[in-house]
Ligand binder design. Structure first.
Ligand SMILES: O=C(O)C[C@@H](Cc1ccccc1)C(=O)SCC(=O)c1ccccc1
Ligand SMILES: [Zn+2]
Length: 170
């Protein structure tokens, strides 16, 4: 089922996500709903925080055909390089706002997958950028927090406009 995505600056987006103790049937349903919601919103990632479920769960799919979703449960991300690179980021909770954010572009991901199997990978490029962006969501951080006050005000105004238009479209 499609889930409603919280929009910036909704305070619920600031909630700190709790670890997942057990991959229950409910969580498997949430995973499927998050993947469907991510594709519908044309995103490459989605954190459970964005759909108002405050558990440490991320889904991502960077594939062309949108047919290889990845699930990260209780993820831990460790930068593997000091130097940061700028990347043009977007966010499904801040629609139509894109801006450069500097992040390390090589990280180690340790997590569990949807079957509770261990994941331990070194990734770089967009995958590294995206997992850090999703990790931020689980810690109540939104990418606009890294931008200037002026850009944050503009982002709030932009989201308000986009939501009004979407509501009119019904
Ligand atoms: O809000 C989210 O977490 C999803 C977000 C993930 C993300 C994309 C790009 C850089 C960092 C994090 C999105 O999917 S935004 C929409 C999108 O598909 C996209 C935007 C910019 C570059 C590439 C993809
Ligand atoms: Zn986001």
């Amino acid at each position: 089922a499609l889930l409603p995505i919280l929009n910036y600056p909704d305070p619920r987006l600031r909630t700190i996500a709790k670890p997942v103790k057990e991959v229950t049937a409910e969580i498997k349903t949430l995973i499927a709903d998050m993947i469907e919601t991510m594709y519908d919103a044309q995103g490459i990632g989605l954190a459970a925080s964005q759909v108002d479920h405050h558990i440490q769960l991320i889904v991502m799919d960077l594939s062309e055909d949108k047919n290889s979703p990845r699930v990260f449960i209780n993820p831990k991300v460790t930068p593997l390089v000091e130097e940061k690179q700028p990347y043009e980021e977007g966010c499904l909770s801040v629609p139509d706002v894109y801006d450069k954010v500097e992040r390390p572009n090589k990280v180690r991901i340790e997590a569990l997958d949807e079957n509770g199997e261990k994941i331990d990978e070194e990734v770089e490029g967009l995958l590294a950028v995206c997992i850090q962006h999703e990790m931020d969501h689980l810690n109540g951080v939104i990418f606009v927090d890294y931008l200037s006050r002026l850009k944050q005000t503009r982002a709030r105004d932009k989201v308000r406009k986009v939501i009004k238009i979407r509501e009119k479209q019904g």
